[in-house]
Write a protein that binds this ligand. Structure first.
Ligand code: ASP
Length: 327
């Protein structure tokens, strides 16, 4: 697919006509590109000494996290604070969800707090969409089950675009535990929509059943899947989502599926290595590759993640703030 033709924002079309960001599915190439362009502006601001903008001043941002998170929660919190919002974090360990409250009751409660934007992470696929239907403000999905993690895909796309100068036509290998990965799903949709040639590379036990319907090539051998790749995206082995024996042992997984420099040599000489974090060092990736500043973009992913989240928070609250053309 040649995305360069349709990733351009068509004249007279609203740049982002969506109330929520629950997933990448359903977004058009020019809408994704619009968010990436907006984020680019924040990357520059975040590198400056004064990082505050305050356009979200007097708005309340609730980060409702029903599942553990380190970088995503921190990233959304920093993003909201740099934009001047009053940011409140609600963690599952302290919430009534542990006491048996239903998702709908939680949504009604969050709504009653009169939040202006809610960021939600939940371990159930589809939970964020359900809450979004019940509240009066924009909702951002910070990862729901195995479903989607849209801001991760956007920050990955921005990292690739900044390093490679574009996305269309690039060969992107998404490798490892694809079955349990919402990051893989959002990236397949995002990078495919932007015209990349996406392949998934995974052991047969970790390939999602409907992968043939996602328009990607599938490899069950890491060496074959890395051949000629421009971008190598490694995924965490998600032990917490595995009910049974999907892989024999971490040591064996590493032997067949761990990214080493030797294996990476099959990809393009300038192939970019990525990982959404948290990494299992010595399992899906060696420290030597992860820390190789010439190849790894892992810390850059974290850096531009804040910018992407600032862009999403800004864009989704524009109607609420009465920004001209968005009300
Ligand atoms: N941090 C990412 C997520 O929340 C990836 C991972 O956990 O492996 O999905």
């Amino acid at each position: 697919m040649n995305a360069s033709a349709h990733s351009h924002w068509p004249y007279g079309v609203h740049p982002f006509p969506h109330r929520h960001l629950t997933g990448i599915a359903g977004l058009k190439a020019h809408e994704i590109t619009f968010l990436l362009d907006e984020a680019e502006h924040w990357v520059a601001i975040n590198r400056a000494q004064t990082k505050h903008d305050n356009r979200l001043a007097s708005l309340t941002q609730i980060n409702a996290f029903f599942e553990n998170s380190t970088r995503t929660l921190l990233s959304f919190e920093i993003a909201g604070k740099r934009l001047g919002a009053d940011v409140v974090n609600m963690m599952v360990a302290q919430s009534s969800v542990k006491k048996g409250e239903t998702l709908i009751d939680t949504a009604v409660t969050l709504n009653a707090m009169r939040a202006d934007v809610i960021v939600i992470r939940h371990d159930a696929s589809g939970a964020v969409g359900l809450i979004a239907d019940k509240v009066d403000c924009p909702v951002l999905n910070a990862g729901d089950g195995r479903h989607e993690h849209p801001t991760q895909a956007l920050l990955d796309a921005l990292t690739i675009r900044r390093r490679k100068g574009g996305i269309a036509g690039l060969k992107v290998a998404i490798c490892g535990d694809v079955l349990h990965s919402r990051v893989a799903r959002s990236n397949i949709i995002c990078l495919g929509t932007l015209g990349a040639e996406v392949r998934v590379v995974a052991p047969p036990t970790l390939v999602p059943p409907a992968i043939d319907r996602m328009g990607v090539a599938c490899f069950t051998d890491l060496d074959a899947g890395l051949e000629g790749a421009d971008v190598v995206m490694m995924l965490r082995l998600q032990r917490e989502r595995m009910a049974g024996g999907f892989v024999p042992s971490e040591r064996e997984y590493h032997a067949f599926w761990g990214l080493t420099h030797e294996r990476l040599a099959r990809a393009q000489p300038d192939a970019l290595v990525m990982h959404p974090g948290p990494m299992n060092r010595g399992v899906e990736i060696t420290s030597a590759v992860a820390d190789d500043i010439d190849r790894s973009a892992i810390t850059e992913q974290v850096e531009v993640g804040v910018a992407v989240r600032m862009a999403c928070l800004d864009v989704l609250t524009r109607a609420r703030r009465g920004v001209e053309g968005w009300a």
